[in-house]
Design a protein around this ligand. Structure first.
Ligand code: HEM
Length: 508
């Protein structure tokens, strides 16, 4: 019996070895075919199966900037089983994303995106959907609703952000001049803005238990997904590290359940000629034809509602992270802080709140916000793109179904464009005529470019102007003695500053 078992185990292990060898050969063959494809972009050497994953490090955008020096603006790597091309520098990025064809408008369907779709009754979300006609309809409807509730015509968003900036300042000043890291004060106010735009305005929102649940689940989601998930590009890892997918599924489910509670609440007292928020706008959208059937090419209500998850996800961590960087840059550059304060004092004064219409009268403040965005580069690799057809870029052939990583970070730090890219100098964005130079401000693209560019750009620019200017109008940000600040951050869902301490004092 033992001999039989020994024979069996030898036999089985021989088969396993053969299978393993066959599997590796297939992958090497695939790798080789990809490498030897005529005109394929060059790229560094990578491992079989895992490709370049262990080589890119915890700041892939910085590694890619280094590889660019050897392999040029367009190079290829291998992310697990995915053929990937990395595009760097203004010319190549604009060459790929500007223009009207949709070659780069796809998104790869990584494993976690399948999980999100699965939890969402097999419906695509907006940010992670592949590029097809239903995505067009989805983007159009989402954009219409967001525009309605973040436009300037009724100034509602301006007042909402000002109100939240005041709460933020109160919370910051409660530290009574003691040093602290201002992340929770910022994320509460920023979270409250997008929550109220999506789910309804109200002065008591902050005390609402559902809002507290919302902040907690958003925070958990950001913390978990921020640490990255290798299962995305090597789905077989889910058998080796099942907790990675199980926890992720639970978090996605929790978010969807929360959203469903809010949607059900809205259905109860929905009035079609009095739309209160983005959820109401989605409920009001007629998605059926005269016979009550789904319109040709139209999307389901459930899919449209899932946009709420996209908006609260994308709309909170991005703004919070940028404001954390803003405070760090102000405390480490007191001269710039004083100059912005002088401009705000001259244009707005101390007796009234800043308005969106003040923007054009405060060019140095505007340049400072842009310089913060250039240096912090909070979404350094955009979201992954995916080619929808074969194409040629910089003379290289890129095949259909290739993952494309747009290295937005490389634009802000390009030594061809910027003399001293690491320095914080808002004045670099002015032309010789003393006005903001459009060519310079358009040479880095914090919101991406093309069909998949950020949906919330207008809202983001509004929030950043009002939050930043109100903070600067009311507070001084001071680096505590002995505290060292670094521009080096930590890549999670966004590129965050490492926790730092700051003193916040009321301006008198
Ligand atoms: C400083 C703030 C922000 C920055 C720097 C930023 C940046 C970006 C970038 C780089 C992308 C990917 C573009 C690409 O794939 O090429 C993106 C996508 C997106 N952003 Fe933002 N974003 C910000 C704020 C917001 C806000 C406030 C919202 C909404 C409330 C939002 C909603 C979205 C959505 C829905 C997408 C996916 C678009 C699609 O796939 O069609 N973002 N954002």
């Amino acid at each position: 019996m033992e001999t039989f078992l020994a024979f069996l185990s030898l036999h089985v292990s021989n088969h396993l070895v053969m299978l393993f060898t066959f599997f590796i050969s297939l992958l090497l063959l695939k790798h080789f075919v990809f490498i030897s494809k005529k005109n394929a972009p060059p790229g560094p050497w990578g491992f079989p199966i895992i490709g370049h994953l262990p080589l890119v490090g915890d700041k892939p955008h910085v590694t890619f900037k280094r590889w660019r020096k050897t392999y040029g603006d367009v190079f290829k790597i291998w992310m697990g089983g995915w053929d990937t091309v990395v595009i760097n520098g203004q010319n190549a990025v604009k060459g790929a994303l500007e223009g009207t064809d949709d070659t780069y408008s796809g998104r790869p369907i990584f494993y976690t995106m399948k999980v999100i779709k699965d939890v969402n009754s097999n419906e695509n979300t907006l940010s992670f959907a592949e590029f097809d006609s239903s995505w067009f309809v989805h983007r159009k409807l989402a954009s219409k609703a967001l525009r309605t509730f973040s436009n300037t015509r009724n100034h509602s968003v301006q007042d909402l952000v000002t109100e939240e900036a005041m709460y933020m300042i109160d919370a910051l000043l409660k530290h009574n001049g003691q040093p602290f890291f201002p992340d929770s004060e910022i994320s509460k106010s920023v979270g409250s803005v997008i929550y109220q735009l999506c789910y309804g305005r109200g002065q008591y929102v902050r005390n609402d238990d559902l809002f507290k649940t919302f902040l907690k689940s958003n925070d958990e989601f950001i913390r978990f997904t921020g640490s990255g998930n290798p299962v995305d590009v090597m789905p077989w890892l889910r058998y080796i590290m099942p907790w990675k997918t199980q926890t992720f599924k639970q978090l996605v489910r929790k978010r969807a359940q929360f959203r469903n509670i809010k949607v059900q609440e809205h259905i109860q007292d929905f009035v079609s000629d009095h739309l209160r928020d983005i959820t109401d706008a989605f409920l009001a959208e007629d998605l059926t034809d005269k016979d009550g059937k789904s319109k040709e090419g139209q999307i389901s209500r459930n899919r449209l509602m899932s946009t709420l998850d996209d908006l609260v996800g994308a709309g909170s961590s991005t703004i919070s992270t940028t404001l954390q960087w803003a405070i760090l840059f102000m405390a480490s550059n007191p001269d710039v802080q004083k100059r912005v304060q002088a401009e705000v004092d001259a244009v707005v004064g101390k007796g009234r709140n800043v308005k969106l219409s003040d923007r054009c009268k405060m060019p140095f403040t505007e340049a400072t916000i842009l310089e913060i965005m250039r240096l912090s580069s909070i979404v350094p690799l955009a979201l992954p793109h995916y080619t929808t057809m074969d194409t040629v870029l910089n003379g290289y052939t890129i095949k259909k179904d290739t993952v494309v990583l747009i290295n937005l970070h490389s634009l802000g730090y390009d030594t061809d464009t910027w003399k001293d890219p690491d320095a914080f100098r808002p004045e670099r964005l002015f032309g010789e005529d003393g006005h903001l130079d459009k060519e310079k401000t358009n040479s880095f693209l914090p919101f991406g470019l093309g069909r998949r560019r950020c949906l919330g750009e207008y809202l983001a620019r509004t929030e950043l102007l009002i939050f930043f200017t109100t903070l600067i109008q009311r507070c001084n940000f001071i680096r505590p003695d002995g505290e060292t600040y670094t521009k080096d951050g930590v890549l999670g869902l966004t590129y965050n500053p490492k926790p730092y301490n700051v003193l916040v004092l009321e301006r008198t």
